[in-house]
Design a protein around this ligand. Structure first.
Ligand code: PXP
Length: 238
């Protein structure tokens, strides 16, 4: 059965908008687990725009499920991962100017560097995933490099519609089969929402979906009325 990884970066985005202490992603990880999250994902970016070092170390101590640390393949992040020892690390490409992770990691262009990087993490008993576009070439190189997992980028699928979306879905299905046959564990994510998730979740051998934006957006939609009501009640009751 496909499981759900909840990405809580957006909780930290709201906190960092004021550089204050709330909302605390650690508290929201607990709520996500109550709701049935099978793992918690955070992206510790080089520029620390949302998730902070403090968050990842507290999450490691407090969550009951699994911690998936998304990070760029930099020496700084390698040191943090080796101290933190998350259940797994997902290597993503990172550009300072992007709003979110735009494309998959080009594993083909960085084979030797990534081989050493992945081995270094595996030596610390951390499983390692590559966030890649659904392309046979990237999957084959991910296997050669030694990744245990891949995460297929579903951003394009999420943006397209009609026949184009259908074609992209077929590409994701074929990529899942290829990777699974090579012995890789297959995850997917990016842009998945309440309308488009089912087709991806029902792909055979799809292990886990990582979803953030749509879940946090939905939380605002289902929670705002109650939070206003509580504030109104405080203001009007003497
Ligand atoms: N997977 C990866 C590798 C990501 O970088 C992100 C975005 O942070 C996600 C999944 C989740 O994407 P979304 O927020 O669109 O659900």
């Amino acid at each position: 059965m496909t499981t759900l990884g909840v990405n809580i970066d957006h909780i930290a985005n709201v906190r960092q908008a004021r550089k204050t202490v709330e909302p605390d992603p650690v508290q929201f990880a607990f709520l996500a687990e109550l709701g049935g999250a099978d793992s918690i994902t955070v992206h510790l970016r080089e520029d620390r725009r949302h998730i902070q070092d403090r968050d990842v170390f507290l999450l490691k101590k407090t969550i009951k499920t699994k911690l998936n640390l998304e990070m760029a393949a930099t020496p700084e992040m390698l040191e943090i991962a080796k101290q933190l020892l998350p259940d797994y690390v997902t290597i993503v490409p990172e550009k300072r100017e992007e709003v979110t992770t735009e494309g998959g990691l080009d594993v083909k262009s960085n084979v030797q560097y990534l081989k050493n990087f992945v081995q270094n993490l595996k030596d610390s008993n951390i499983e390692v995933s590559a966030f890649i576009d659904p392309l046979g070439e990237q999957i084959n190189y991910s296997k050669k490099i030694g990744f245990n997992f891949i995460e297929l980028h579903t951003g394009k699928y999420a943006e397209l519609s009609g026949h184009e979306q259908y074609k992209e879905l077929q590409r994701i299905i074929e990529s899942t089969h290829l990777a699974y046959d090579l012995g890789l564990v297959v995850n997917a994510g990016h842009g998945l929402n309440y309308n488009n998730v089912k087709k991806i979740a029902s792909i055979n051998n799809m292990n886990e979906l990582n979803i953030g934006h749509s879940i946090v957006a939905r939380a605002l939609a289902v929670g705002l009325e109650k939070s206003v009501r509580e504030m109104k009640s405080l203001i009007t009751s003497n």
